[in-house]
Design a binder for this molecule. Structure first.
Ligand code: SF4
Ligand code: SF4
Length: 244
């Protein structure tokens, strides 16, 4: 069974909160990405939606269109997509319509984290973006409203579509493998706003922690590293600082 167009409309109603009300994190990562928020450029991430979600988006707005592959790698991604999904792209960050963001836009950089036993205990981040996404280095900025809405929306989705549950279960397992190899803990925002760590090489053992134990990474460890990364990305670091 899959979620219907109507189900996705309900999911959009259930999940509209920003990660943090007063936060415009796009301003922090954009200098690293030619001035465009990292998660809003198809060069970084091609948005993939279920066909039913695409039906909904088409019926609500002309913000989105089918993604046009521009190189060998993107052609391969599109070719290998299952028939139940499609690759799309929006008109760009300057034209964003909050109410017509895809589910993936609303959730990024978080995804629902499942334990080995299949319990959804909180939100983890797509670690592949940790060198560009400031939120991944600062997950404690996620507010209760965002966390509650995201968990509720995804639980509704998982009730409708078992494959979605399986996909995130697998993503969580993949993250445990990667972080065990790196010998680093996975940082989580728990579903009840508690902070958690999944210990590496522990079979997925979860322990409570404090936000102060979370460590930033990559260009977000210091102002110096941030400005260096902006320069390396071809931008001007002048006037750019990490938030305090
Ligand atoms: S979520 Fe991450 S990648 Fe997206 S705008 Fe915020 S900092 Fe940038
Ligand atoms: S719809 Fe908005 S949030 Fe989503 S990719 Fe486009 S500009 Fe970014």
């Amino acid at each position: 069974m899959t979620a219907s167009k109507k189900d996705f409309a309900k999911i959009y109603d259930m999940f509209s909160a920003s990660i943090a009300k007063k936060l415009d994190c796009g301003k922090i990562c954009a200098p690293l990405n030619d001035g465009i928020p990292v998660c809003c450029s198809t060069e970084n991430a091609i948005p993939i939606v279920e066909n039913e979600e695409w039906d909904l988006l088409k019926s609500r707005t002309d913000l989105w269109q089918p993604f046009k592959a521009y190189d060998k790698a993107s052609k391969k991604i599109v070719k290998e997509l299952p028939d139940t999904t499609c690759a799309v792209e929006c008109k760009g960050a300057a034209f964003c319509e909050r109410d017509n963001r895809s589910l993936a836009c609303r959730a990024f950089p978080f995804f629902p984290y499942f334990t080995k036993d299949g319990e959804l205990i909180g939100l983890a981040c797509y670690w592949g973006f940790e060198d560009r996404c400031w939120v991944i280095s600062n997950i404690q900025v996620a507010e209760k409203k965002f966390v509650n809405e995201m968990i509720a929306a995804y639980e509704f989705l998982f009730d409708k579509d078992e494959e979605q549950y399986e996909a995130y279960y697998d993503e969580s397992a993949a993250m445990r493998r990667v972080f065990s190899k790196r010998n680093e803990p996975i940082q989580l925002v728990g579903r009840d706003m508690e902070y958690l760590m999944v210990l590496p090489k522990s079979g997925g053992r979860v322990i409570p922690t404090k936000a102060s134990a979370f460590r930033p990474t990559g260009p977000f460890v210091s102002d110096k590293a941030y400005r260096k990364a902006i320069k390396e990305a071809g931008g001007s670091p002048k006037g750019h600082h990490l938030p305090n």
